[in-house]
Ligand binder design. Structure first.
Ligand code: ZN
Length: 104
């Protein structure tokens, strides 16, 4: 799993320890998802509950990568603009207006 090793290589020791706990689930996810999941410690930024990384796409509680500033409003795909969110939380939020308050 060279991708997985590359994900781990970019992480701090604390992040790496957290990532290893979920390695079986995270190995099936994209590198971007892994980085966002680990940085946010598995917490949905909208409801603050845990996102299980092993749930299949299509499950409302599965994890997605949300763009804080929506792409359609000129938001970027850089890590700083990405937050972990449940699929159903992400869908309910939709693409908000650009003045949508951003939680720090
Ligand atoms: Zn949520």
């Amino acid at each position: 799993m060279s991708d997985w090793n590359r994900v781990l290589a970019d992480l701090s020791q604390a992040d790496r320890d957290f990532a290893q706990v979920w390695r079986f689930e995270l190995k099936h996810r994209s590198a971007t998802f892994c980085r966002v999941f680990v940085r946010d410690r598995g917490r949905c930024w909208i409801c603050n509950k845990f996102v299980h990384p092993g749930l299949p796409a299509g499950d409302p509680k599965s994890g997605t990568v949300d763009h804080v500033h929506a792409l359609m409003h000129g938001g970027s795909s850089m890590l700083g603009n990405l937050r972990l969110a449940h699929s159903h939380c992400n869908n309910e939020r939709g693409a908000p207006p650009p003045w949508y308050p951003v939680r720090p």
